[in-house]
Design a protein around this ligand. Sequence first.
Ligand code: ZN
Length: 172
Amino acid sequence: MLTHHAKNILNTLGSAALTLAVLAVLLVLIIKTLRRITRGPIAPIRGKVTSHFGKRNAPVAGASTYHTGVDFAAEVGTPVKAPWPGKVTKAFNDKSYGGGYTMVMEHTNGYKTGYCHLSEFVAHEGDTVRAGKTICRTGNSGRSSRPHLHFSVTDPTTGQKINPETIFNFTT
Ligand SMILES: [Zn+2]
């Protein structure tokens, strides 16, 4: 049977442990928030760019000679992440431009991003997603000769597609 004194000690230890646990949780939250604020945009996919932005030779008959995004060779089903928080504004099968299963996001910072030749939509039209969330999976749909992701970025001020490699680091 515990003495009154022993019970007091146990109570004190208990509240000290609780206080430490609360402090630890707060510390983790603070670190996570600071990381989110200080880090750059999240690359939607990592890997080798197989076709850069800009002028090029058409890789498939009928494809544009001005490449409006960057291509990554990627196994079908590779997850693609939202680079910034935002909303999925389109998720459709693009038959007119050969994009195949295509997704478009509008981000809270004004940028728009586009993803083509997908195999699967993970998020859906109208969904609000946070940065880093898997929104879709790569595929080989539409006008595509091999499994790859076509990724594009639209500048908020000019409304023009810009070179994603000036914003993202796809290698680290
Ligand atoms: Zn492309």
